[in-house]
Ligand binder design. Structure first.
Ligand code: PLP
Length: 400
């Protein structure tokens, strides 16, 4: 029988590039090569002890069965408290859905609100998974470029130009992966005004909310007005704030209509997120928050060091991130140069060069829709950061 094995959907997808580069670095490490990895998308700290204890207690108490599809009430209430405490937003249980990670929250949301032909505005640089998840749902990603000069933030002019009658939503990620930039209240007010007048949704990915520096005041666009809250769907999760990437708990806050549709989708795919991880997340969200502060202050030190070093390298420029744990330096002045006759023409060539020659893993900017750049995560020790930057500096000197 002659038949095509794979669906067009599957054929159009490539694996997540950030996971791929980490896998390559790990396989080199397994061969005994000392690779310094700036590839990580997760904090290098352990999950705080109180959170682990909550999971152990749940296990011991036999909390190991199916839970309601969209999460236990106890966790929904903790999420509601978190929103009230941190951004003054008030939600009902029916407006909250717990999923298997922030990525899953976004996936369910895309499946719930996008149809064939719907346009979704995505400012670049963007988190790698937004365009494929929009496409998988049948929507059309509309990429809007931003500039380094403007700290990689979408401007009202840039946004207006991308809007058509088919615009269904805008995605904002504040603070951002990969750039670390975050929107101020004023900037969000302008975006909100446009969203309300042009009648589209704003998907606000706030997963890095708690990882901010120098007293930056995080603002959720949903908190600007009651009208804007109705227009916003917040995607969030415990992974980054509490060093819980492996626990797979994300959550969404939005209108009852959308949350209920997402709940239906989840009920026919994954069902509930892991029961014990839900109990641990209750402790994470409403238990003591001091471990978060410690982690953020370690990140802040590394960020100052890494930005300073990169900016001192000849031909490199690097914006200072306001949040998250990534820097996104511009290396494009090296494009066109070569090592042993092999020309570096783009961010992928340069990332391969760093890995092969300097044994340093970075993620090429092109994967985030911005080829002049590379993404370096500083969720690794200061010692690694120092050595990794020394190696990058040496490797750059070899390019002629
Ligand atoms: N949103 C952004 C911007 C991210 O960087 C990530 C993780 O890399 C996620 C969402 C999803 O995180 P998780 O699925 O681990 O909760």
């Amino acid at each position: 029988m002659d038949m095509t094995v794979l669906s067009n959907r599957a054929k159009s997808l490539k694996p997540s590039p950030t996971l791929a580069i980490n896998a390559k670095a790990k396989s080199m490490q397994a061969q005994g090569i000392r690779v310094i990895s700036f590839g990580a998308g997760e904090p290098d700290f352990d999950t705080p002890e109180n959170i682990k204890q909550a999971a152990k207690k749940a296990l011991d108490e036999g909390f190991t069965k199916y839970t309601p599809v969209g999460g236990i009430d106890e966790l929904k209430d903790a999420i509601i408290k978190k929103f009230e405490r941190d951004t003054g937003l008030s939600y009902k249980r029916s407006e909250i859905l717990v999923s298997c990670g922030g990525k899953h929250s976004f996936y369910n949301l895309a499946q719930a609100i996008f149809d064939q032909g719907d346009e979704v505005i995505i400012p670049a640089p963007y988190w790698v998974s937004y365009p494929p998840m929009v496409s998988l749902a049948g929507g059309s990603p509309v990429i809007v470029e931003t500039t380094e000069k403007n700290e990689f933030k979408i401007t009202p002019e840039g946004l207006k130009k991308a809007i058509t009658p088919k615009t269904k939503a805008l995605i904002i990620n504040t603070p951002s992966n990969p750039t670390g930039s975050a929107y101020t209240k004023k900037e969000l007010e302008k975006i909100a005004e446009i969203a309300l007048s042009k009648n589209f949704f704003v998907i606000s990915d706030e997963i890095y909310e708690k990882i901010v520096y120098d007293g930056f005041q995080f603002i959720s666009i949903a908190s600007l007005s009651e009208e804007m809250k109705k227009r916003t769907i917040i995607v969030h999760g415990v992974a980054k704030t509490y060093s819980m990437t492996g626990w797979r708990i994300g959550y969404t806050a939005g209108s009852e209509e959308i949350i209920s549709a997402m709940n239906n989708i989840q009920s026919q795919s994954t069902s509930n997120p892991t029961s014990i991880a839900q109990k641990a997340s209750v402790e994470a969200l409403i238990g003591p928050q001091s471990e978060v502060e410690k982690m953020v202050s370690a990140f802040a030190q590394r960020r100052n060091y890494i930005v300073d070093r990169l900016n001192k390298m000849s031909g490199v420029s690097c914006c200072k991130p306001v949040g998250a744990f990534y820097v996104f330096p511009n290396f494009s002045s090296y494009y066109g140069k070569a090592y042993q006759g092999k020309k570096i023409e783009n961010s992928t060539h340069l990332a391969d060069y760093f890995l092969d020659v300097a044994k340093v893993a970075v993620v090429p900017g092109v994967e985030f829709g911005a080829d002049p750049f590379e993404r370096l995560s500083f969720a690794t020790s200061m010692e690694n950061i120092k050595e990794g930057l020394d190696r990058i500096q040496e490797a750059l000197k070899k390019l002629v």
